[in-house]
Design a protein around this ligand. Structure first.
Ligand SMILES: O=c1ccn([C@H]2C[C@H](O)[C@@H](COP(=O)(O)O)O2)c(=O)[nH]1
Length: 233
């Protein structure tokens, strides 16, 4: 049964905006005149590799699949995919790349369907078909690749709403990591016996107000920072 689900326009706009804000925390001039060298597609490839690892792809070794962590890698891919879309729009001369990227996200989320989710290799194939060698980008998130990514996200999370909460949560966690020393290595990634990702999902899923809020990021960051300071650091 196809799942009838899609991002609201407001959710798509939030994702494009939150991604821009996070990237600008690392490089204030991104995306118009970046000063920090970044390679979003290298990151996409590595995140998909991590996904295969969590799925236990090694047929020559006994492994335990961790589907929750594998799904979270798709949320990481979404971060870098949105960044890629915005960068291509800038290179193509768009005057409003963040707003246009939000529109592309909303449209892909309408076209997508969990039943059509395929293995990540097919996603990569589409990014190659939609590549822009003219921009020095052999792989790119065009409209079809974005749809394929949403197919996979819907299969992983069951609804656009769950994808949205997971995105906001991971984006917030990325901020908390930066604020608590991820760059200098002092951040503690294991929260007791679990990865911070997993604790984050539990904390946010237990807090319905964040989804409805107009400032979901601020609320998610506050929740996670308090937890980190009270229980971990
Ligand atoms: O410029 C960047 C750099 C990192 N991330 C986010 C995306 C992923 O959610 C997360 C990956 O971090 P690791 O867990 O792989 O360190 O960082 C961005 O959104 N933009």
């Amino acid at each position: 049964m196809p799942i009838d689900t899609q991002l609201t326009v407001n959710q798509a706009q939030q994702i494009a905006k939150l991604q821009t804000q996070f990237n600008q925390g690392l490089d204030a001039d991104w995306p118009m005149a970046p000063t920090l060298a970044r390679d979003d597609f290298a990151a996409v490839i590595v995140e998909l590799g991590e996904r295969y690892d969590h799925l236990g792809y090694k047929w020559w070794k006994k492994q335990q699949a961790d589907h929750e962590q594998a799904n979270m890698e798709l949320i990481d891919v979404l971060h870098f995919a949105v960044s890629d879309v915005i960068e291509v729009l800038v290179q193509d001369g768009s005057a409003s790349p963040v707003e246009t990227a939000a529109l592309k996200l909303a449209e892909a989320s309408i076209r997508a369907n969990a039943d059509e989710a395929l293995d990540a290799k097919w996603l990569l194939r589409h990014t190659a078909l939609e590549g822009r060698p003219d921009l020095g980008r052999p792989l790119c998130f065009g409209n079809e690749s974005l749809t394929q990514l949403f197919n996979m996200l819907y299969q992983a999370y069951g609804s656009a709403e769950a994808v949205y909460v997971s995105y906001v949560g991971k984006n917030a966690l990325n901020h908390v990591r930066q604020q608590r020393g991820y760059k200098d290595g002092s951040y503690i990634k294991m929260w007791h016996d679990e990865e911070d990702n997993q604790v984050m999902m539990r904390l946010l899923l237990g807090n319905n107000d964040i989804l409805k809020s107009n400032t979901p990021l601020d609320e998610a960051i506050a929740l996670l920072t308090n937890y980190y300071d009270d229980h971990i650091a």
